[in-house]
Write a protein that binds this ligand. Structure first.
Ligand SMILES: C[S@@+](CC[C@H](N)C(=O)[O-])C[C@H]1O[C@@H](n2cnc3c(N)ncnc32)[C@H](O)[C@@H]1O
Length: 409
């Protein structure tokens, strides 16, 4: 396993690169008729805009492979910096019949997580933000041990306990707001906490409590942008020093980029999404003209299936939501076409953000890793499943504090 300084160096270099190229990856092409960096990097814009549809789709799926952007951006170095080992499973995974009552994908994630969480002997096992306790249940059965799941929704605790009882799993689901001060009582130096896809503030709280109390952690973080802070403050001391040194400032919107993967959706869903995006861009062109202001106007999202049938219908809906009066003689066809043209352009320019997405996610996980290392843990970082199963496939796992008398410090 690579040592601490290896991760510290990787973290430092990623900070430098993210800061250096922030003016290119930060602006969202969707919001800018002309991206601020286009005049400074005309060659890059030309390369992107000349890509055909196939190349574009290929680079969306794998931004680091045979990328024509390598002429302009540090593609190979970014690829090397995000390369992480697959954490080996300890023994076989749980048997397939235990998938009962779980969605197929969730089961596969749980089944991959359980044999890789490196459960320590002789510790109390706790699951953080357990939902119905799918992970707790599988863990309890797999290890034949007691597991306590913490979950704030009473109904989920109740349903989860019923499921556990039916399967004879030794699981207790405790109704607990993990952000409340009394959540600390669940964590001691003799606890190991498992967290699968705990969002921003929820997993940050876990890391802080574990660092304070010496509990071991096996954490697959998720949704870094779900946080009360509008601006990111690194968890680790090294992170705080690095962002100050390199001038990297991340807003909540920037953090959202780390998880905005185009997951492999069925073709009809992708088509629907594309049409919706083209209409949004068509409306954007229209609203700029109607308002006489060349500025983006955010329009709320619409649930799948609630989209009006026509572009004109969509624009009327959006205009109403934004309190805008549309003229009676709008050339709908022309604006719809503008939207389609803009979508082709936006999709290509977005490839710059695709390239920095995984580096940003790895950077955020390294910040969490460094926080735990700074608190005295040994921490392993790697993947626990393929990205096709979930793009949030990174796992941080600690062993106990190296010093046996840690608690007396
Ligand atoms: C993304 S789900 C993850 C559930 C489970 N770990 C899984 O992978 O299926 C997040 C869960 O956290 C719970 N949750 C959200 N805020 C919480 C809080 N403040 N305290 C405890 N649980 C919370 C939600 O009710 C939900 O069940």
């Amino acid at each position: 396993m690579p040592d601490t300084s290896y991760h510290a160096e990787r973290f430092a270099r990623l900070t430098e690169l993210l800061a250096e190229w922030q003016p290119l990856w930060q602006p969202m092409p969707f919001q800018h008729r002309r991206l601020p960096w286009r005049s400074t990097y005309p060659g890059l814009a030309d390369t992107l805009l000349s890509l055909d549809d196939d190349a574009c789709t290929r680079l969306q799926a794998d931004p680091f492979c045979a990328s024509p952007l390598a002429e302009h951006l540090p593609v190979a170095e970014l690829a090397a910096l995000v390369e992480l080992p697959e954490l080996p499973a300890e023994g076989p995974g749980p048997p397939a019949p235990w998938a009962e009552h779980m969605g197929g994908r969730k089961w596969q994630q749980v089944a991959a997580f359980v044999p890789r969480m490196a459960a320590l002997p002789n510790v109390r096992l706790v699951e953080w933000c357990a939902g119905k306790g799918h992970l707790s249940r599988t863990l309890a059965r797999h290890l034949e041990r007691d597991v306590t799941g913490l979950e704030w929704q009473t109904a989920l605790c109740r349903d989860g306990e019923a499921l556990a009882e039916r399967q004879g799993a030794r699981v207790q689901l405790a109704q607990q707001d993990v952000l409340a001060p009394d959540a600390a009582r669940w964590l001691t130096a003799d606890t190991q906490v498992a967290a699968l896809h705990a969002c921003g503030d929820l997993h940050e709280r876990l890391i802080e409590l574990a660092a304070e109390r010496g509990s071991a952690v096996s954490l697959a973080p998720c949704c870094y942008h779900r946080t009360a802070n509008a601006h990111y403050r690194p968890l680790s001391q090294q992170g705080r020093e690095l962002v100050a040194e390199h001038g990297l400032s991340l807003s909540r919107e920037d953090l959202a980029m780390a998880v905005q993967e185009t997951v492999t959706a069925p073709r009809h869903v992708r088509r629907h999404r594309e049409r919706a995006n083209a209409w949004r861009l068509g409306f954007d062109a229209l609203q700029r003209q109607v308002r006489g202001r060349d500025a983006y106007l955010p329009v709320p999202s619409l649930a799948y299936g609630r989209m009006p049938d026509s572009f004109a219908g969509f624009c009327r809906w959006a205009a109403e939501r934004k309190g805008l009066t549309l003229p009676t003689d709008v050339d709908w066809h022309a604006f719809e076409q503008q939207g389609q043209q803009r979508l082709a352009e936006v999709t290509r320019l977005e490839l710059v953000r695709h390239l920095f997405r995984r580096p940003l996610e790895v950077w955020l996980v390294l910040d969490r890793q460094r926080r735990l290392e700074e608190a005295g843990f040994r921490v392993e970082l790697g993947t626990f499943c393929d990205r096709e199963l979930t793009p949030r496939n990174l796992l941080l796992r600690t062993s106990r504090h190296p010093s046996p008398d840690w608690e007396t410090h």
